[in-house]
Ligand binder design. Structure first.
Ligand SMILES: *Cc1c(COP(=O)(O)O)cnc(C)c1O
Length: 395
């Protein structure tokens, strides 16, 4: 499924399964668990993988294949596999490629469940993780051991919106012969393509901006063919496959990814500038604000600043509570990357399971607000957040 057009928008819209005899314009939904064979020879050849074809939807399905084909083109990847959720993509990628005794070096600020995987579950299989702090990225070399296999990062990070330098990561991964795996969920391939900088694999939670409308869960890993082959074999036997229905929704969603993400970023940038001069806000972090510590790296590796802003309201826990209770338009939810603007309190929700010292290490303070800026009119978003901030007593 390759096109002769290489512009992002055209690929996202036009990569499509072959038409059926009904000459439909939009890809149909293939709700089928299995596929049939003409005769015993065809069945034998299919199972021997002599011919690429669908056997069973735990392995592949036309809807998941279309979604994966688009994601590969958009990320500049050779191959990919689609998962039921972002977390099953993260878990299966590591589980397929690592063995007992291996070691991961990861940025400290990772998605909450990824952190739980690294600290609670992987150690059960004798896979240990060492964390580097974003600001000390140059020192990550000191964490690399003889058994280190993977260098891992999210950028921008959740919930801190820190930026990790992809070029630097790639240089270190090459020097020590490590697999570089990037969770590109916050950026989407529209804003950032880690493979261009040297990543071996890119992981997404498609639940976020790829669906973009808060409807379905999904995940995908794309990258080097021989690595995807291992991930595919692991997954076809363990069963984390994406459902055809969700794949169909996600493939359709990719058609509008560019326009949606562009508008998300425009709204987020305006809100970030507004928050930066607000008297009841201590600080704001947004990758495309010159005040961001990694502004120049963000400019180098991202097209726009993304839709996530983190900021700290004045007044600690009390300020945070006052702010969240006064919000009317924005949603109080743990999700992100929706058309609807969402405000989250990481300290008491998504990252509540982190020990206080881990919270401190990744900057999750009591007054921290993570805002996933949506597609409502910017005046209404700013109006709601401003009104909620006005309620906080200066402290
Ligand atoms: C949400 C998220 C995940 C997990 O995705 P699910 O689809 O919820 O399983 C992983 N990484 C990041 C950065 C996320 O934001």
């Amino acid at each position: 499924m390759k096109l002769k057009y290489d512009n992002f928008e055209t690929q996202a819209v036009r990569i499509q399964n072959e038409k059926t005899q009904f000459a439909e314009h939009s890809t149909p939904l293939y709700l089928t668990s299995g596929f049939v064979f003409e005769d015993s020879e065809e069945m034998r050849a299919a199972f021997a993988e002599e011919k690429e074809r669908n056997l069973y939807s735990r392995f592949s399905n036309p809807n998941t294949s279309e979604f994966v084909a688009k994601m590969c083109q958009l990320e500049g990847a050779e191959d990919g596999f689609a998962f039921a959720t972002g977390m099953s993509a993260v878990f299966s990628t590591f589980a397929a490629l690592l063995s007992s005794g291996d070691h991961i070096v990861s940025c400290r600020s990772v998605f909450g469940s990824t952190h739980t995987l690294f600290t609670k579950y992987f150690p059960k299989w004798n896979i240990e993780t060492s964390y580097y702090t974003i600001d000390q990225v140059d020192e990550m070399e000191t964490l690399i051991q003889t058994n280190t296999k993977v260098l891992y990062a999210e950028t921008p990070t959740n919930p801190g919106v820190d930026i990790v330098d992809l070029e630097l990561l790639s240089r270190i991964a090459k020097k020590y012969n490590l697999l570089l795996i990037i969770d590109n969920c916050f950026a989407t391939p529209y804003l950032q393509q880690p493979i261009k900088f040297g990543a071996d694999l890119v992981i997404h939670s498609a639940t976020k901006l790829i669906d973009g409308q808060g409807r379905v869960l999904g995940g995908v890993t794309v990258g080097r063919k021989e690595l995807i082959r291992e991930i595919y074999l692991f997954s076809r036997n363990t069963g984390p496959a994406l459902s055809p229905f969700n794949a169909w929704v996600l493939s359709k969603s990719l058609e509008t990814l560019a326009v949606r993400v562009e508008k998300h970023c425009q709204n987020a940038h305006e809100l970030a500038k507004f928050l930066e001069q607000h008297p009841n806000v201590n600080w704001v972090k947004y990758p495309f604000l010159p005040s961001h510590l990694k502004f120049e790296i963000a400019q180098k590796q991202m097209l726009l600043g993304g839709n996530i802003i983190s900021f700290e309201v004045k007044g600690g826990v009390h300020g945070g509570k006052t702010f969240f209770d006064a919000i009317q338009l924005c949603s109080l939810s743990a999700n992100l990357g929706d058309t609807r603007t969402i405000v989250t309190h990481p300290a008491s929700t998504t990252h509540s399971k982190l020990a206080q010292e881990d919270k401190n290490a990744v900057g999750i303070t009591d007054g921290l607000v993570r805002c996933s800026v949506g597609l409502e009119h910017i005046d209404d978003i700013i109006g709601d957040i401003d009104r909620a901030l006005q309620g906080i007593k200066k402290g």
